[in-house]
Write a protein that binds this ligand. Structure first.
Ligand SMILES: [Zn+2]
Length: 58
């Protein structure tokens, strides 16, 4: 039988830069509300004003 349950019941957000979903991580426990990027690379790229490497439409 198929298991349709999620592995974890953790919050998810979409990265402001690459628009990919990312899941809560332990290191973000204290700052999750402020997290807007999936990685430091995305955060840095956005600060530099680089265009998002998104492959989705707006
Ligand atoms: Zn990202």
């Amino acid at each position: 039988m198929a298991r349709m349950r999620k592995k974890f019941d953790l919050p998810e957000k979409y990265c402001l830069h690459c628009a990919r979903p990312f899941t809560w991580r332990r290191k973000w426990a204290r700052s999750w509300a402020e997290i807007r990027f999936c990685s430091q690379a995305c955060k840095a790229a956005c600060k530099r004003g680089e265009p998002a490497a998104r492959h989705t439409h707006d």
